[in-house]
Design a protein around this ligand. Structure first.
Ligand code: COA
Length: 183
């Protein structure tokens, strides 16, 4: 299927600007993903993080962006400070969420605010029938974010994560378009 080139995206919430990352964001992103408190609860961020990995990540994100796949920087509107990333990738009309926030800014509701905005975007801008997510069951902050954003727990399974060199009990979460509309 031919890839449709999409413009950079910007979503605004009360406190946050969610926008396509730029190459100048590399140092800020690298300082977040290199932190083991962030990397080790994800299924995809290597640890230790490779030198210059963030630049490659940003170029990749810009290159693969489509209506059905976005990765956006989470920026504090009042300070213009990048504090994390949020994104989704769609397969078979299900959009799977991914997100991270710098530990300096944890527990202020930023991940929840970013997830709610991107979920609204998914249901308004794509044909997705559902938003899904998964989290290690030890990652209670992530599970709380998903619950607050309206996703419902579906099941728990051990999942092998090659990047983490192990198998982790993982919870699966889902919010259908109909459920979203009735929220
Ligand atoms: C998961 C993550 C994005 C949450 O970011 P955040 O901005 O702190 O999230 P929020 O503040 O919106 O919500 C976190 C909620 O979890 C709660 N929480 C945090 N730690 C918790 C714990 N150990 N047990 C139970 N609840 C917890 C917070 O109190 C908050 O709930 P509240 O608003 O009702 O008080 C952040 O911890 C992170 O980046 N972790 C590393 C990367 C990661 O795990 N990404 C998700 C992969 S599935």
């Amino acid at each position: 299927m031919e890839k449709i080139v999409v413009e950079p995206l910007e979503l605004l919430t009360e406190r946050l600007r969610l926008r396509t990352p730029r190459i100048e964001d590399a140092d800020a992103i690298e300082s977040i993903v290199a932190d083991p408190r962030v990397a080790l609860t994800t299924a995809s961020i290597p640890h230790p993080y490779p030198d210059d990995g963030a630049k490659g990540f940003i170029l990749h994100v810009q290159n693969v962006a489509s209506r059905d796949r976005r990765n956006l920087a989470i920026v504090l509107r009042d300070r213009n400070k990048l504090i994390g990333m949020v994104g989704y990738q769609t397969e078979d009309l299900e959009a799977e969420l991914a997100y991270m926030v710098s530990p300096v800014h944890w527990r202020r509701g930023y991940a929840s605010e970013a997830c709610m905005a991107i979920i609204a975007h998914i249901f308004s801008a794509t044909e997705a029938k559902a938003v899904t997510a998964r989290a290690m069951t030890d990652n209670k902050a992530s599970e709380t974010v998903l619950r607050k954003a309206g996703l419902r727990w579906q099941s728990e399974l051990p999942v092998e994560l090659p990047v983490r060199s192990g198998t982790f009990l993982t919870s699966f979460w889902r919010l259908s378009r109909e459920e979203f509309q009735s929220l």
